[in-house]
Design a protein around this ligand. Structure first.
Ligand SMILES: [Zn+2]
Length: 515
């Protein structure tokens, strides 16, 4: 007899539906699995046979062939077990065929038949919904994320026995929303607030401008100047995640295996700060599966690279494509996997190898050659993707203690949201293609800048004095547009231009940052 069941496999974050066809007939004992399945999927036979045997459904007494279709999609992971077991039970007459129709099954089985949790259940369900699937059965331990998918009747199974009984009309499996364990109440975690940062006025302003216009940011300063502290507070300056954004963030965390059983929707903007020893695969994704990297885990949030000069060159080079396209593409023999990677990049580095250059104490003994080599690690193409650079002065502890508490994040975020609204409206009116000033195309840039005559004269003088490249000129204009938006000004006026030039420290010469 032939029976079929539906399941899904992920290529990157994209779900492909897979039809599991099982044929069982009298004959020599045989259990074959065909259809471009990797080793982990082929091992499914062992688990399925054992799990079914617990229910006295014996595959060992007949010839069983499992086909996974379509054959041109590579099948990875261990989530096929449940669909194979359900279809095999159907082929042996142990469950009615019609009970399998139109239902997506996903889950790994243990040898004794318990249904094990999986990575990527949320992305599978979202993909299945987009392809018209209305019913699904997932592992009970994935209930919290599965309950987020509206429009699909998602049931959870704890064991193969439960599933087979339900398919035979022995009661309904519980809905995902019913079985999701409530998230344990967490003690109120103090949120990193900008008010904790005392002093560092120019860096605080740079954060606000970066958050408003979606500009990538470089902070140059000595150890202890608060670079990490500032970067951590950037997600809190961005508007809250929309529902759609939160689903994307949660789906990526699920594929990466970072979602605990009780965690539902991730509401916080991600903040990722990989160590400088991170590999290229760790940073941009890849490997077995493939898995998302730090750039995708930071999607809709902030990616912070501290000690930028210490990162491997190859890893930094690999950042170029995601920064350019907002997605990571990982090429595989049979498919291209993609993961979204739209984030704010924040980099931090010391002004020189020892960190004390320019602090006035004379502590720095780095030779100009060493400083140049150190700075050169920050490759041109990466620097090209960074709009705002700011220098943090060394901070005296006494000055910090004396300084008043800074403005709170909520107040800054209100201005950021207002400035972002202005940008969204420009896009809404069809004036520009990009939703932030950082993503303004060159052809849109000239049209929407509204540069006033005095501002234009000031910018022309700066171009001459600082020998700005065309690219740097464009970046000054984008940043100036953001500053004008923060100011509620339709025109870019001289103060906006002046401040934008001030936020382009590295344009003032390779070693200017130390002066
Ligand atoms: Zn030094």
């Amino acid at each position: 007899m032939l029976a079929t069941a539906l399941t899904a496999t992920l290529v990157g974050l994209e779900a492909h539906l897979v039809r599991v066809e099982v044929e069982a007939r009298r004959g020599p004992p045989l259990f074959e699995l065909v259809g471009l399945a990797e080793a982990a999927v082929r091992e499914s036979r062992v688990r399925v046979r054992s799990a079914l045997a617990q229910l006295r459904i014996y595959l060992g007494e007949c010839s069983v062939v499992v086909n996974l279709a379509p054959a041109d999609v590579k099948k990875t992971g261990s989530g096929f077990d449940l669909a194979i077991a359900a279809a095999a039970a159907g082929a042996l007459g142990a469950v009615p065929h019609e009970a399998l129709e139109g239902v997506l099954f996903t889950g790994e089985l243990s040898l004794e038949g318990t249904v094990q949790p999986l990575r990527g259940v949320l992305a599978q369900l979202l993909g299945a919904r987009a392809r018209g699937v209305k019913r699904a059965v997932v592992p009970r331990a994935n209930a919290a994320e599965a309950a987020l998918v509206e429009g699909v009747d998602v049931r959870t199974a704890g064991s193969l026995r439960e599933l087979v009984e339900a398919l035979n009309g022995g009661g309904e499996l519980p809905q995902a929303a019913e079985t999701a364990q409530p998230e344990p109440l967490r003690a109120a975690v103090p949120v990193d607030d900008l008010a904790d940062v005392r002093g560092q006025g120019s860096a605080r302003r740079a954060l606000e401008v970066a958050a408003s216009g979606g500009h990538n940011l470089l902070m140059i300063g000595p150890p202890g100047a608060g670079k990490t502290m500032l970067a951590r507070r950037l997600p809190g300056l961005l508007p809250p995640l929309s529902n759609e954004e939160a689903l994307e963030v949660t789906a990526i965390q699920s594929v990466a295996g970072l979602l605990s059983a009780s965690r539902g929707l991730s509401r916080a903007r991600p903040f990722r700060a990989p160590h400088h020893t991170v590999s290229e695969v760790g940073l941009v994704g890849g490997g077995d599966g493939p898995r998302p990297g730090e750039v995708s885990l930071a999607h809709h949030g902030v990616l912070f690279l501290d000690e930028l000069a210490e990162f491997r060159r190859g890893a930094l080079e690999a950042l170029r494509q995601p920064l350019e396209d907002g997605v990571v593409t990982i090429s595989r023999a049979h498919a291209k996997a993609t993961f979204p990677a739209r984030m704010l990049l924040v980099c931090a580095m010391n002004p020189c190898p020892c960190g004390w250059m320019g602090d006035g104490s004379g502590r720095c003994a780095c030779s100009p050659d060493r400083v140049r080599a150190y700075r050169a690690k920050m490759s041109g193409p990466l620097l090209d993707r960074i709009d705002v650079h700011v220098v943090l002065p060394p901070v005296e502890v006494t000055a910090l203690q004396a300084a008043a508490r800074g403005e709170e994040s909520a107040a800054v975020r209100a201005r950021v949201e207002a400035a972002r609204r202005v940008q969204r409206d420009r896009r809404g009116r069809g004036e520009v293609a990009g939703s932030t000033n950082a993503s303004l195309a060159p052809r849109d840039l000239e049209r929407v800048t509204g540069l006033c005559a005095d501002g234009a004269r000031m910018l022309a003088a700066a171009v001459e004095r600082l020998a700005l490249s065309a690219r740097a000129y464009g970046k000054v204009l984008r940043v100036a547009r953001t500053i004008a938006d923060l100011d509620g000004s339709p025109a870019i006026r001289p103060p906006h231009v002046a401040e934008a030039i001030g936020l382009r420290v590295l344009d003032r010469g390779p070693l200017a940052a130390a002066a």
